[in-house]
Design a protein around this ligand. Structure first.
Ligand code: TA6
Length: 299
């Protein structure tokens, strides 16, 4: 990647391209609607703040910024499988998209009222085919506009065989305190409990937290909300092309087991992920495409 070439092509008012933590290339977009930073490594949204400077996403103080390792926080792109690989636990958890170098296709800061956007691409390579034997093209568009931060992941099947993917935009949100947080919109929705052999249960009332929670809500609604964000405002999460919502907080013991996660950081974060996970796999036929999208905003 030639950074100076990227800077020459894209750098302008409201758009900066440089080396961030760990020397990873980062695109920073700032306009009248707020600011977002995206690492080209992993196409990883690292931060999103509103026009008033309120942080929406969370990043661990112990996050690692090294190629071949995922970044803890922000919005990891989990693709082409969610969680551990079904047949080979040696393969990277949550697939390889979040540990690949993506190409910067285009970027606009938002000189017009439509806001700005950053577009990234990942295509199959010898390395990806060794992990997953299908030709593909991923186009990821990060848009910052009047309606909030919109993330759109387009999967295109470039081969002659249909393939099946499970995937997630694995958003980490910043909280004032997990004890006072709740997720709204999942009342009465069935979920697979990842902490209880994926047993199927039904959500009773709001999702609240006093222990580790790791649930795949299936046939989930397209809108959910989080109360208890750092800003004190309600976070709205609106999805398209997503059948599952994953809710995760590691709580005390799992937080201690993760080296890239502070022992007490479970108190200040919550994952509500826009996904197609578990039984909600997506089949993409040759020459066809699927879009997974989430719109994040503070109400
Ligand atoms: O968000 C659900 C989950 O699958 C949890 O089980 C937990 O493993 C989390 O993802 C983080 O996974 P990672 O591979 O990023 O440590």
């Amino acid at each position: 990647m030639d950074l100076s070439l990227l800077q020459e092509r894209f750098q302008k008012e409201g758009l900066a391209i440089g080396l961030g933590t760990g020397g990873l290339p980062v695109v920073a977009l700032r306009n009248e609607f707020g600011a977002v930073t995206v690492s080209l490594y992993g196409a990883h949204v690292l931060s999103y703040t509103t026009a008033a400077g309120e942080p929406v996403l969370w990043l661990s103080d112990k996050a690692v910024f090294e190629r071949s390792k995922p970044i803890r926080g922000g919005v990891p792109v989990c693709w082409p499988w969610f969680g551990a690989h079904q047949q080979d636990s040696e393969k990277p958890a949550h697939g390889f998209a979040r540990i690949c170098e993506w190409e910067l296709l285009d970027a606009h800061s938002g000189e017009n009222a439509e806001g700005g956007w950053i577009e990234l691409r990942l295509v199959d390579s010898q390395q990806t085919r060794a992990l997953w034997p299908y030709p593909f093209e991923l186009i990821y568009r990060v848009s910052l506009g009047r309606d909030g931060l919109r993330l759109t992941l387009r999967t295109q099947n470039k081969g002659a065989e249909a393939f099946s993917v499970t995937t997630a935009l694995h958003s980490y949100f910043g909280l004032a305190s997990i004890d006072a947080a709740s997720v709204l919109g999942l009342e009465g929705v069935d979920y697979l409990d990842q902490l209880d052999d994926l047993s199927r249960k039904t959500q009773e009332g709001l999702v609240k937290f006093d222990r580790e929670v790791d649930r795949i809500y299936v046939n989930a609604p397209s809108k959910t909300w989080i109360d208890g964000a750092i800003s004190g405002r309600r976070i709205e999460i609106q999805s398209q092309g997503s059948r599952s919502t994953v809710v995760w907080n590691p709580w005390i013991d799992k937080a201690k087991r993760m080296s890239d996660f502070g022992d007490t950081e479970y108190k200040e974060m919550l994952c509500v992920e826009t996904a197609n996970a578990g039984p909600d796999a997506i089949v993409v036929s040759p020459d066809q495409a699927h879009e997974l999208e989430v719109l994040l905003k503070l109400l």
